[in-house]
Write a protein that binds this ligand. Structure first.
Ligand code: CDP
Length: 221
């Protein structure tokens, strides 16, 4: 079984999915972390031409684990959980994620993973392209101002050099790229439930989502 949460950068998908996973005692899958991991790998490989990079992809092994409230990601056994959050990765990730070959690589990994357990996953195209038959789909939204403020606050510890303006511009650029790319763009699935988080406290928003999950999944039984 899988519950998916899609939406633009900084809309609160990841923190909501985490809270839901903890409340319902299910697994959490952060699909953006996988795109960030592949991007980190590309940056580490000295930003090769894409055709060259695609050739090393089949030998690239991703490993993930949700533990202690953290989604750990490794590439070829190197833990890069902290590295993938840095601006240097955020700067390139949407360009990397727009390539169908990269998307296929990440999607294959996710589809294999969810066969093994019950998941709540967050991303951009999970309800439309990756898991169109998901049991429940949410689409989260919030104003750009609020999203930038939230992400800036989050980055204070891990990437203190970054400015609010840089964070806002990065979110705007990624939204644009994610919504306009040809391969599986960010889009609300027709059957997704919209959650607008502007002006809501985190607790209010989680309560709203848990209530929907309990009601909807009960209806299906
Ligand atoms: O957390 P935030 O919303 O900043 O982004 P993320 O979930 O870490 O995802 C990083 C980037 O990966 C996004 O801006 C997209 O370009 C890409 N992505 C995607 O294309 N498809 C997904 N299912 C998830 C992420």
């Amino acid at each position: 079984m899988i519950i998916v949460i899609d939406g633009p950068a900084g809309s609160g998908k990841s923190s909501s999915a985490r809270a839901i996973a903890n409340r319902l005692n299910i697994q959490f899958l952060d699909s953006g972390a996988l795109y960030r991991a592949v991007t980190w790998h590309w940056v580490q490989s000295q930003k090769p031409e894409f055709e060259t990079f695609f050739k090393i992809l089949p030998e690239t092994e991703l490993q993930t684990e949700y533990r202690d409230q953290t989604f750990f990601v490794s590439v070829n056994n190197k833990d890069i959980t902290a590295e993938i959050r840095k601006h240097n990765v955020a700067k390139h990730v949407s360009k990397i994620a727009s390539h169908p070959k990269i998307r296929e690589f990440v999607n294959n990994y996710m589809r294999e993973l969810v066969k093994e357990d019950v998941y709540v996953a967050d991303g951009r195209d999970l309800g439309t392209a990756v898991f169109p038959d998901a049991e429940l789909k949410f689409y989260m939204e919030a104003s750009i101002k609020e999203r930038a403020k939230r992400r800036f606050k989050e980055l204070q510890q891990s990437d203190p050099g970054v400015t609010l303006q840089q964070v806002k511009e990065n979110l705007e650029q990624r939204d644009h790229s994610d919504q306009t790319r040809a391969a599986d763009p960010l889009k609300k699935a027709d059957d997704a439930i919209v959650i607008d988080t502007t002006g809501k406290t985190f607790e209010e928003q989680i309560e709203e989502m848990i209530k929907i999950i309990e009601e909807q999944l009960k209806l299906k039984h």
